[in-house]
Write a protein that binds this ligand. Structure first.
Ligand SMILES: [Fe+2]
Length: 266
């Protein structure tokens, strides 16, 4: 739909799909919960130009989990761009998800917008870091298309969340990342996963949005790991030619069956 005045984009995040169908995490069949969110989106959404999958696609980062995810995605007829989270294996994602309709960390330009996906993962660590190649890639994309409004998508949040335990796992080099943003005034939006909750902040005039997980949610403002009783969901975005955008979250009607709300971690 290049040239359309409004570009509809969805963000689906933190699926945590297990190695085998029916396996649960914190009592939740994460694949079933993701499927329910995907079906909700398919029933509501029309003219989706792109779906961003912003990490933790798998809890068990093995081929079987990514292959089943690929099969779910291919049923939609939509185009996807995925990036890894701390639970993912980037190489497995590249190998297992590669299809003509699923891209891995590729910049996507549509209309007057450029959507840039980054890999903020650190092997073996839950925290995030944008390595030199990712920072260089970001700079190159923004330099090449100064007249395109930009969305930057990454897994790890670049500002503190107010939850002490989550704030040990934000983007480690956030100062370097955030210092770059004002030098490219076309950046409109930074979009993240990882925190399993909706967040909406503004930094130097740029919106910072985080989005609920498709499985379980973390309670905002928590000192230690704590689950929230909110239902899973996804985010929609409408990008306008003039650089403005609107956004909102759609949640399912209920929390996933079996959710262990008293769980102390995972
Ligand atoms: Fe996650």
């Amino acid at each position: 739909m290049a040239g359309s005045p409004v570009i509809r984009v969805l963000q689906i995040t933190d699926l945590h799909i297990m190695a085998q169908p029916g396996q649960t995490l914190l009592g939740v069949d994460t694949e079933a919960s993701f499927r329910d969110v995907l079906h909700e989106a398919m029933s509501r959404e029309k003219q989706v130009r792109l779906v961003l999958l912003t990490g933790d696609l798998a809890q068990d980062p093995v081929a079987s989990a990514y292959h089943r995810l690929r099969d779910w995605l291919e049923q939609t007829g939509w185009e996807f761009c995925c990036l890894p989270g701390n639970h993912d294996d980037p190489q497995q994602m590249v190998t297992c998800l590669a299809t003509p309709t699923i891209q891995y960390c590729q910049p996507v330009r549509v209309g007057r917008w450029q959507i840039i996906s980054l890999n903020s993962t650190v092997h073996g660590s839950p925290g995030g870091f944008l390595a030199t190649d990712q920072m260089d890639h970001l700079r190159a994309c923004l330099t090449a298309y100064p007249d395109h409004h930009a969305v930057i998508a990454l897994h790890h949040h670049p500002v503190k969340t107010g939850s002490a335990w989550l704030d040990t796992m934000v983007l480690d080099n956030r100062d370097e990342f955030l210092a770059l943003i004002p030098t490219f005034p076309q950046v409109r939006l930074i979009l993240t996963g990882h925190v399993h909750q909706a967040m909406d902040a503004v930094w130097e005039g740029v919106r910072l949005l985080a989005t609920p997980s498709t499985c379980f949610q973390f309670k905002p403002g928590s000192e230690r790991f704590a689950l929230d009783g909110l239902a899973p969901g996804y985010r929609w975005l409408e990008l306008h030619d003039d650089g403005g955008f609107s956004t909102g979250i759609v949640r399912l009607d209920q929390v996933p069956q079996g959710l262990d709300e008293m769980a102390g971690g995972y």
